[in-house]
Ligand binder design. Structure first.
Ligand SMILES: Nc1nc2c(c(=O)[nH]1)N[C@H]1C(S)=C(S)[C@@H](COP(=O)(O)OP(=O)(O)OC[C@H]3O[C@@H](n4cnc5c(=O)[nH]c(N)nc54)[C@H](O)[C@@H]3O)O[C@H]1N2
Ligand SMILES: Nc1nc2c(c(=O)[nH]1)N[C@H]1C(S)=C(S)[C@@H](COP(=O)(O)OP(=O)(O)OC[C@H]3O[C@@H](n4cnc5c(=O)[nH]c(N)nc54)[C@H](O)[C@@H]3O)O[C@H]1N2
Ligand code: SF4
Ligand SMILES: [Mo]
Length: 720
């Protein structure tokens, strides 16, 4: 499997003399129909990368790195860690889990187990700089234990600020084909996106609003739906509370007001509401576009409200959507699980923030590292993430990472993050390690847009060995071996913790043998204990398999006496909605443009930019502008511009994008190098995180700062 992203496309790999020479989609595999994207097809180039990290590195006092054996690195890291824990206590140790934990399903569990064994609670992840509002929205609203109806058989589906064809979020497998097929079968797709994306182009309705007005738009859709009586009264009577309060809160969001504020045609807004309001089965989901410009739970919460007033949830006797395969069986019942607290009570030291159901706010981690006093974080393990480029406020991130007493990362290249680390432990590429589809299945509990459409699973053995002479370990081995050296017992949990604890599935905790190091296969086996389909059964199908019998699973009747209700009038969300009625997105004459995010098909966030050929001939992230905006600025495609926020500026290379709304700069994140490094805008690109701040506009619950709809000015760059 390609495991660069959660799709885990099955591939056929040609190996000659131990070298990966070709990778193509596996047509014998069900579900994907041979699909791969350019990243997967670049796997041979990834393996042949001349700058692949084949040895671990230790930082010298002048900041440069020298090679170090992996055993020696582990020993030194463990000893320094022990000293830090002795001096400052276990909570001075933190870990940050980023998106390259996806190719290595074992690493998150082992790193988490080490943290737990040390006695620290400071686990951070990329989830709180992604779409954490979705988890908070579940807490506010409660969870329908019957699940959703499948995308492919829905009458309508609303996508807000997400572009599945590129990102695979919502449509993991062969997204363009799946989308086209659903549309051909009658699904009406509605897309809200300021750009006419690959997904929007296929939509029944595309609303192209001002960025940052998604909550207003969804409130407008709900306003019309409720006003027209397009609600499911029986479902509401049985399972929902708060409709009257919601209706009152929606009063200001008339179609006229909303159309003007979001700058979309009123008739299209009304048509979208009609399609959503009259469909029998439907779904709605938001993505990073919405989450970055409207941090917080409001957009995903209003979408849950829409699901509930329309009664779109799966009912008793419906087929279970996305049943677990390599995870323990979970009960699927036609009943509500009541709302639960969004905050956990674990306080941070900075800005009064707390751990929410989405985790500790990563956007406050740099401050936690830099703020002196008891509880200061002194050691950080980066688990497959890129703090140096992906965290908002890149300069602050750099200062924090350099302030640590111990900063350890694993990597497959000398990435911007690696360049700042005390130790860089060189690790294996995914094709050099066994893996399963379990991780992709599990993410659905945190973001329902992930997981396979059908009960599909696959196991893959390691396909190739690391190149001769390489001293690389598996990511998880770092954490296991540190624990071993520190004589700590690690315990493995067979299921990710699910926020709110609504999942009726058994978890079990297995102590690892700390004397004899397990193999990755043994770990995968342990992680699949109690799974609905045993891993051994999955292994019988080298091309992957759809376990058809699980398609028979039906949503069960509710437990007798269950009185739980879904809440469509959560007080915090209603207060946010009211505030939103009075705070239109405004631009100033000084910074008249809005910077918005987009994903690039050829890279995975930070990863892939340096692999020769992976991105083709363009290796930077263009600043896309509408052609008329370019003309007004007197710019031609390829010109360099200075893009300035209130906070900082970057040099971008402009490109024309007629699919964009006017007044916007659309740019991918996590390009460029570290601040202070010699960056070439036309080679490395520019990092939009340098323009952001963590502590000016941010969500009080998740700590996520505004990462989209950032007011910027754009001016011709004159080289000094
Ligand atoms: N401005 C702005 N910022 C954003 C976003 C945005 O839209 N705009 N998006 C946010 C989101 S949604 C996310 S998820 C985060 C993503 O950010 P992170 O999850 O923090 O990390 P990535 O950028 O994915 O970087 C992954 C790192 O892993 C390394 N790597 C690649 N393969 C392997 C491997 O097999 N093993 C190991 N050990 N390392 C490997 C790569 O070299 C790279 O350094 O960024 C967030 N930041
Ligand atoms: N190829 C590729 N795939 C990836 C990744 C990658 O880097 N590359 N990253 C992975 C990760 S970590 C994640 S979290 C997912 C994210 O998956 P998605 O959320 O689908 O991410 P994008 O493809 O960037 O789509 C976001 C869309 O939001 C739009 N947008 C921007 N601002 C606004 C706004 O204010 N309102 C609205 N309504 N729309 C807006 C953008 O134009 C863009 O089309 O993708 C994953 N898949
Ligand atoms: S990166 Fe591309 S080929 Fe690899 S799993 Fe994701 S979609 Fe599939
Ligand atoms: Mo993400």
């Amino acid at each position: 499997m390609c495991r660069i992203c959660t799709a885990h496309c099955p591939v056929l790999v040609t190996v000659a003399d131990g070298v990966v020479t070709d990778v193509k989609g596996d047509r014998a595999s069900p579900l994907f129909e041979g699909y791969t994207c350019p990243k997967g097809r670049a796997l041979p180039a990834i393996h042949a990368h001349p700058d692949r990290l084949l040895q671990s590195l230790r930082r010298r006092s002048d900041g440069s790195h020298e090679p170090i054996g992996s055993d020696e690195a582990v020993a030194e890291i463990a000893d320094r860690l022990a000293d830090i824990v002795d001096a400052h206590g276990p909570d001075s140790v933190a870990l940050y889990i980023g998106s390259s934990n996806v190719p290595h399903p074992t690493v998150g569990r082992l790193a988490g187990a080490l943290l737990q064994a040390l006695g620290s609670t400071n686990a951070y992840s990329a989830a709180t700089i992604d779409q954490p509002g979705m988890m908070v929205a579940d807490a506010y609203h409660g969870v329908w234990l019957g699940g959703r109806t499948p995308f492919d058989t829905s009458d309508v589906w609303l996508f807000v600020g997400t572009n599945p064809i590129i990102s695979k979020q919502y449509l993991e497998e062969n997204p363009a084909k799946r989308l086209s097929r659903a549309i051909a079968n009658g699904t009406k797709v509605i897309v809200i996106d300021p750009r006419r994306t690959e997904t929007a182009r296929r939509a029944h309705i595309h609303l192209q609003p001002r960025p940052g007005e998604d909550a207003v738009l969804v409130a407008g859709l709900l306003h019309v739906i409720v006003r027209e009586g397009w609600v499911d009264n029986q479902f509401i009577a049985d399972h929902v509370r708060g409709v009257a309060e919601l209706t009152a809160a929606l009063a200001p969001f008339t179609p006229e007001v909303v159309a003007t504020r979001a700058d979309v045609p009123e008739n299209m807004l009304l048509e979208a509401a009609r399609v959503l309001g009259t469909a029998r089965r439907g779904g709605a989901g938001s993505g990073t576009g919405a989450a970055m410009s409207s941090p917080g739970a409001l957009v995903p919460y209003l979408l849950l409200c829409l699901m509930s007033v329309r009664g779109f949830w799966a009912r008793e006797g419906d087929r279970v959507e996305k049943p677990t395969v390599l995870l323990p069986p979970a009960r699927t019942r036609a009943q509500a699980f009541p709302p639960y607290p969004a905050l956990t009570g674990q306080r941070m030291r900075v800005r009064g923030l707390e751990r929410s159901v989405a985790g500790l706010p990563t956007a406050a981690l740099a401050e936690e590292i830099l703020m002196p006093g008891p509880g200061q974080i002194r050691a950080l393990f980066n688990v497959g993430g890129s703090p140096a480029t992906a965290w908002p406020d890149q300069r602050l991130a750099r200062r924090a990472l350099e302030d640590l007493d111990l900063f350890v990362t694993t990597d497959v290249e000398y990435s911007p993050t690696a360049r700042l680390a005390d130790y860089v432990v060189a690790t294996k590429l995914a094709l050099e390690t066994p893996g399963t589809t379990q991780g992709t299945e599990a993410i659905k509990y945190f973001h329902f847009g992930y997981g396979f459409a059908l009960p599909y699973a696959k196991y893959t053995p390691a396909i190739v060995d690391p190149p001769p002479g390489a001293d690389v370990i598996e990511d998880w081995q770092l954490y296991y071996r540190i624990a071993q050296r520190l004589a700590l017992q690690l315990n493995l949990v067979n299921l990710y913790g699910v926020p709110g604890g609504y999942l009726e599935a058994p978890t079990d905790v297995v102590p690892l043998d700390m004397h004899r190091e397990p193999t990755t296969d043994e770990l995968l086996e342990l992680m699949s204990r109690g799974s609905r389909v045993p891993l051994a059964e999955v292994k019988r199908y080298p091309h992957g398999h759809i376990f058809e019998e699980l398609l028979e699973l039906q949503v069960e009747p509710p437990e007798p006496g269950n009185v739980a209700r879904l809440d469509v009038a959560n007080p915090s969300a209603m207060a946010d909605l009211e505030a939103c009625a009075h705070t239109p997105m405004v631009v100033s004459a000084e910074r008249p443009m809005l910077l918005i995010p987009r994903r690039e098909n050829r890279v995975m966030n930070t990863y892939g930019r340096t692999v020769p050929g992976m991105m083709g001939t363009r290796t930077y992230n263009p600043a896309f502008l509408h052609p008329e905006d370019l003309a007004e600025l007197g710019c031609l495609p390829g010109d360099m511009v200075e893009i300035s926020s209130e906070h900082d500026s970057i040099i971008g290379v402009v490109e024309s994008d007629p699919d964009l709304r006017r007044g916007l700069v659309s740019m991918s994140h996590s390009f460029g190098g570290n601040p202070g490094e010699n960056e070439d805008p036309i080679v490395d690109g520019a990092n939009t995180n340098r323009l952001l701040r963590n502590d000016s506009t941010y969500d009080r619950v998740t700590g996520q700062p505004a990462m989209g709809a950032i007011a910027v000015s754009v001016g011709h760059f004159i080289a000094p």
